[in-house]
Ligand binder design. Structure first.
Ligand code: SAM
Length: 305
């Protein structure tokens, strides 16, 4: 497979490079904004799980941020710098990272919190959905500390079996909760985005980092899934209907008549988790399966000293 094959198979990947976005996911946020006008009046924003920085680029542009950045980007992975974006490298499910983020907004709350976080999927759907829900809840918990009243929270959600429980929990804090699927998000993917507008926590609610939101003892009345408290959220697709279909392959010369030229990625990851494997592969020292006659498969490789 040549380097153009991904450009053919994934038109948003290609367009991201051609438009200077670090990741194709930038289009998801832009299409969500087309539908929900997320950036109206936004000057301070938090981008949780931000690497390699596509959403941060969009936020930085939309908040007019250059120097003295009003966007805070957080990720486990290191990210190349962006104008107007302050970075924290850390795990959003860790108390220490949450505290650092909250400190940043002390006395000056954020207008918008977004989270495009995704765990490394295992293929075991229940496990993946659970992990995704934990990320979303960690992001929500942080949002309850830093969002201004009326503020907005947007988070990736997996539409799995227990998604209504998540919706119920989001509805506790926001006057409007919708589930949105941008055109650039593949139909074949379980991913969608919870768009929560009008931050309005229940009276007397005190944000508390020690309170796991999925814990049923938090407030049983809010966690009911049956009866009058059951929450059914509207499902909305967004992005121009004539926009490219993310599940289709397109010819390299697109309809606009322009001739295709290969564009390298805008900003390759600066310290990707697979770097060690690449180094080993180049040196011919990547783990090889060792198959003894009847024994278990083991792997042998050493990192060069
Ligand atoms: N929105 C990003 C963009 O436009 O470039 C893409 C985000 S990517 C789909 C998901 C990110 O979630 C990864 O960079 C990963 O490191 C991050 N992530 C996953 N779990 C995390 C955690 N517990 N804390 C912080 N970041 C996390």
């Amino acid at each position: 497979m040549g380097r153009t094959s991904k450009d053919k198979r994934d038109v948003y990947y290609r367009l991201a490079k051609e438009n200077g976005w670090r990741a194709r996911s930038a289009f998801k946020l832009l299409q969500l904004d087309e539908e929900f006008q997320l950036f109206q009046g936004v000057t301070r924003a938090v981008d949780l799980c931000a690497a390699p920085g596509g959403w941060s680029q969009v936020l930085s542009q939309k908040t007019g941020g250059q120097e003295g950045g009003q966007v805070l980007a957080v990720d486990l992975q290191a990210m190349a710098p962006l104008p107007g974006v302050t970075q924290i490298q850390g795990d959003i499910t860790q108390l220490s990272t949450a505290k650092e983020i909250i400190q940043h907004f002390q006395g000056c709350p954020a207008d918008l919190v977004v989270c495009d976080g995704a765990p490394d999927v295992t293929g075991l759907h229940d496990v993946d959905e659970y992990m995704q829900a934990q990320l979303l809840l960690a992001a929500l918990n942080i949002a309850t500390h830093v969002l201004k009243p009326g503020g907005c929270f947007v988070a990736k959600i997996f539409r799995g079996r227990d998604v209504t429980l998540l919706y119920s929990q989001l509805r506790i804090f926001f006057s409007s909760v919708l589930c949105a699927k941008p055109k650039s998000s593949r139909n074949s993917s379980i991913e969608a985005f919870a768009v929560c507008q009008g931050y309005d926590p229940p009276e007397g609610f005190k944000p508390d980092l020690s309170k796991p939101l999925l814990d049923h003892s938090y407030d049983p009345d809010f966690n009911q899934l049956d009866g009058p408290t059951r929450v059914i959220v509207p499902f909305v697709t967004c992005g121009d209907l004539s926009a490219y279909d993310s599940d289709c392959s397109y010819p390299l010369d697109l309809q606009d008549g322009s001739k295709y030229r290969y564009t390298p990625p805008t900003q390759p990851p600066i310290s990707p988790p697979y770097q060690e494997a690449c180094t080993l592969k180049k040196m011919g020292r990547l783990a090889k399966e060792v198959r003894p006659e009847d024994g278990p498969i083991s792997r042998a490789a050493t990192m060069p000293q």
